[in-house]
Write a protein of this length. Structure first.
Length: 68
């Protein structure tokens, strides 16, 4: 039933749903992190929660240290 519902949606509708789910996951992660973390520590903890096992640790550390 869910698959059929998604098939009826436009690509834009599916993208909005996926984006909303990602933002919710991000908010949950952010709310679970201690407020005392530095910017680097916060970014590293966030990246590890989302991408551990998907990306090498060196990439997660690079993300945490990026100042762009």
């Amino acid at each position: 039933m869910v698959t059929e519902r998604y098939k009826l949606m436009t690509p834009d509708q599916r993208m909005k749903i996926a984006s909303s789910m990602f933002e919710t996951a991000r908010a949950i992660i952010e709310s679970s992190l201690p407020p005392t973390l530095s910017r680097r520590e916060r970014r590293l903890a966030y990246a590890r929660r989302l991408y551990a096992g998907e990306l090498p640790d060196v990439a997660l550390v690079a993300f945490a240290e990026w100042n762009g």
